[in-house]
Design a protein. Structure first.
Length: 341
């Protein structure tokens, strides 16, 4: 697995590895992003990304001047791998799973910050991250990325019109978001439209980008935030063997000068009950390339023994991320306003 993660690093940040497995004609069949059905979230249709937890609805005031391009994590996890290494974009059951999980619980975080775009793409199977067949794994991830890239190009051509952009992603989505930022933003004119990038659930190497800095304060713009969440005092073996110290942002402080924060600073997480906000659910502290948190406080947590909180990377900090996106947008717009005078 360590070797495979290293190869992913080369692909997303250096492009020095090319899979040599044969590809079929279907590999080159383009997904039509002019079709609403090929977007899990889109401002021109009603979708789960529009959902608002009940306690927030009274004060909900959306901002339509900014766009969020959200790249969802892996939802193709079936043990029989019925579609092979990559899932189609038109499987109703898989799309329902995607929409009712990551789009509802993650992409919705950003619906007050701006218009949310989340493409369906031929995502690689979960086993891509664990197989010893690295060439096939890299080919599957590249196929997935080509769809993400095509969706973003379609978005730029048809919807962006010079608007500020937030890139947000999780897990496999972050694998692709790193590459997207490297290709489209890092040192290019489009970087000037980047409000921030939330690259969550995967390691981001400190030298991944040449010109996009790490966010050091809560209102800095044009920068990246990243974290991977684990129970305090737990460090998985693959993190221990990483030959770099991954970028870590504390999503309770958003400051490199404040690596620790008590649970009192957590404005609220959203778990299985989407309409229930749980304040003070965890604390957070930065530790050697990961984010350590206390055991989440919720009814029945005595039965929760998992120490890897990957699936809840966003949800444990739902309100804090939601508020931070708005804070960075306000700063971005203020800077833009001053520069136009």
């Amino acid at each position: 697995m360590i070797k495979l993660i290293t190869l992913f690093t080369l692909v997303t940040c250096g492009y020095s590895v090319v899979a040599q497995t044969p590809v079929t004609d279907s590999f080159f069949t383009a997904v039509d992003y002019g079709q609403m059905s090929n977007w899990a979230a889109h401002p021109w249709k009603k979708d789960p990304a529009d959902s608002i937890p009940e306690p927030l609805r009274k004060n909900y005031v959306p901002d339509s001047s900014v766009d969020i391009f959200f790249i969802h994590p892996t939802t193709y996890t079936s043990t029989d791998k019925q579609f092979g290494w990559n899932a189609p974009v038109d499987d109703a059951a898989l799309n329902k799973k995607t929409d009712e999980s990551t789009i509802l619980y993650q992409a919705s975080i950003f619906n007050q910050a701006g218009r949310v775009f989340a493409p369906r793409y031929r995502q690689a199977h979960l086993s891509t991250y664990f197989t010893k067949d690295t060439a096939t794994a890299l080919s599957a991830l590249d196929k997935a990325y080509q769809d993400v890239k095509a969706a973003f190009e379609y978005y730029l051509l048809h919807y962006n019109n010079g608007r500020p952009i937030i890139i947000a992603s999780h897990s496999q989505g972050t694998t692709h978001a790193k590459r997207l930022l490297k290709e489209f933003f890092d040192g290019t004119p489009l970087q000037h439209q980047l409000v921030a990038a939330y690259l969550v659930g995967m390691a981001v190497e400190p030298d991944c980008f040449k010109f996009i800095p790490v966010c050091k304060t809560p209102d800095e713009t044009g920068c990246i935030c990243s974290w991977r969440t684990f129970k305090e005092d737990y460090e998985p073996f693959y993190v221990q063997q990483e030959k770099f110290k991954a970028i870590v942002t504390n999503p309770l402080t958003w400051s490199t000068d404040a690596p620790e924060a008590p649970s009192a600073d957590n404005k609220g997480g959203v778990l299985l009950n989407f309409n229930k906000i749980i304040p003070n659910i965890v604390n957070a502290s930065i530790h050697d390339g990961v984010l350590w948190v206390s055991k989440p406080k919720f009814l029945g947590n005595i039965f929760y023994t998992n120490k890897n909180y990957h699936i809840a990377d966003y949800n444990l900090f739902y309100i804090n991320v939601r508020n931070n996106a708005k804070e960075r947008i306000a700063c971005f717009q203020n800077i833009a306003s001053n520069e136009s005078r």
